[in-house]
Design a protein around this ligand. Structure first.
Ligand code: ADP
Ligand code: MG
Length: 198
């Protein structure tokens, strides 16, 4: 599913990741390492947000960089907040689905369903700028799953979630994997990683 051959990413003279060789089959995988060890860099390479300085990254047998066909099959819950404060959660997720090519009513239907799945249904008509940190985290998760990707990639998704939210996310991801879809998860919450991945 994911294959990296001799992948190095440099940020000018700073090493993001160094000579990574990795082959991951479909399934659930945890990405563990201390702060600054390159987890986000690796995720951004795999999801086509970054291009390797050296080496080759392949997802589903193709390079993800600037590759719409591959990127459609991936859902990304990024580390940073990338939400627009002046739109509602529903408008935001619907808009991203329209960018994927879904028609307006289908995008809205899928957005509602995804927001419900992450427990944001009561807040989906409120402005994202009014959301708490945990609610923003849930909104990011909703946009990552709304197009039903085969591979869901999450960068520290438990950040900002209360214990109930962490439990709900763990259950959602376990079910996701149980339905035969794949997950790559970067997290420091080792207990949850252990519960979700092999
Ligand atoms: P992690 O997600 O495991 O905390 P990162 O991938 O964010 O690690 O960082 C790996 C290394 O790359 C760190 O030394 C970090 O300072 C550096 N780095 C990450 N992003 C940038 C950037 N945009 N510009 C310069 N250096 C960066
Ligand atoms: Mg990181």
């Amino acid at each position: 599913m994911i294959e990296l051959n001799g992948v190095t990413k440099l940020y000018k003279s700073v090493i993001g990741v160094n000579e990574i060789c990795l082959a991951l089959p479909r399934g659930a995988h945890g990405l563990l390492g201390p702060n600054g060890s390159g987890k986000s860099t690796l995720i951004n390479l795999i999801t086509g947000q970054l291009r390797p300085t050296i080496g080759r990254v392949q997802v589903f047998g193709q390079r993800p960089w600037n590759n719409r066909g591959v990127l459609r099959r991936i859902g990304l819950c990024p580390e940073q907040d990338v939400l627009y404060p002046n739109v509602t959660g529903l408008e935001w997720v619907s808009y991203l689905l329209e960018l994927y090519g879904f028609g307006r009513s289908e995008a809205r239907r899928r957005a509602e369903e995804a927001l419900e799945r992450v427990g944001l249904a009561p807040a989906m008509h409120r402005k994202v700028g009014e959301y708490s940190r945990g609610m923003r985290q849930r909104a990011k998760l909703a946009q990552a799953i709304a197009h039903e990707p085969e591979l869901l990639i999450l960068d520290e998704p438990f950040n900002g979630l209360d214990p109930v939210g962490r439990h709900a996310l763990t259950e959602l991801l376990r079910e996701w994997v149980h339905l035969g879809r794949s997950v790559l998860l970067a997290s420091h919450i080792l207990y949850e990683v252990e519960a979700i991945t092999h």
